[in-house]
Design a protein around this ligand. Structure first.
Ligand code: PEP
Length: 262
């Protein structure tokens, strides 16, 4: 039985004051015991969030990390080992802006815009090498969905990691299906649209290793709110959500976490 997970991606939001308020709201939430809850603040506030959430069972992750595991001469980057040192346990992979840069665009997802998967795969591997759990974000653009290419695109994004790192890499990772057209747009994939992609992801993994496929958590991300979470999380292959905008409101985020515990 997979344990549901709800993770909040705060993206580039917050100030010390608003983060303190959000921490306070999170501290007061009654969270369901059967759900893993995590937040991904901007890097600047990771220490503040880790200190502020001490004693509360909410994990903290980073929104990005470097391609090298250990410290080194990479200006402006943060090594996964430094994130571990700060107290992080997770990191998002494949959400970083670049190329079009739209909405934390899909540049690192590769395959979707003709880019390579190299940087993304190296970040995934470097994070795992340090003991961080990578949350691999995959998803198609609207153009690709309308062209009927969703499963092909997502399959390629996943396949590249399987080829390079082996399916075993997913024994200790989370996958988030986030259709680019649904991120921050207010458009949500229907539960059935999301389920169809999640099922295909699980089948792709199962073709290599059924145990890994059964165990890996597949989160849906894209305009999830308390109002649509129950229906989405009720689908058999949706194990929770990666929440953007709605995670900036502690009460709304708490309601989404509770929806995953139903
Ligand atoms: C996200 O940033 O991962 C996300 C899914 O955003 P939103 O929920 O705002 O669409």
């Amino acid at each position: 039985m997979r344990r549901p997970m709800v993770a909040g991606n705060w993206k580039m939001h917050g100030t010390r004051a608003s983060v303190a308020e959000l921490i306070n709201g999170l501290r007061h939430l009654a969270l369901p015991s059967g759900v893993d809850v995590a937040v991904f603040p901007p890097c600047l506030y990771i220490n503040q969030v880790i200190d502020g959430l001490k004693g509360k069972s909410i994990s903290v992750g980073a929104q990005n990390s470097a391609v090298e595991s250990m410290q080194g001469a990479l200006t402006g980057e943060i090594a996964p080992s430094q994130l571990v040192d700060a107290g992080c346990s997770l990191v998002l992979v494949g959400r970083q802006a670049g190329g079009s840069g739209v909405l934390g665009g899909p540049a690192e997802r590769g395959g979707s815009r003709g880019g390579g998967h190299g940087v993304r795969n190296r970040k995934f591997a470097a994070a795992q090498a340090c003991g961080l759990i990578p949350v691999l974000c995959v998803g198609e653009t609207l153009e690709q969905r309308e062209a009927g290419k969703t499963l092909e695109v997502v399959g390629r994004q996943l396949g590249s990691i399987i080829e390079e790192l082996g399916v075993g890499a997913f024994a200790n990772a989370v996958i988030a299906y986030e259709p680019v057209w649904a991120i921050g747009t207010g458009l949500t994939a229907t539960p059935q649209q999301a389920q169809d992609v999640h099922k295909a992801i699980r089948e792709q993994l199962a073709a290599e290793n059924s145990e890994v496929a059964r165990g890996v958590r597949l989160l849906y991300g894209g305009s999830v709110k308390a109002a649509n979470a129950v229906e989405l999380f009720g689908m058999p292959d949706i194990d929770g959500g990666l929440i953007g905008g709605a995670s900036l409101n502690a009460d709304e985020f708490g309601a989404i976490c509770r929806a995953a515990g139903n």
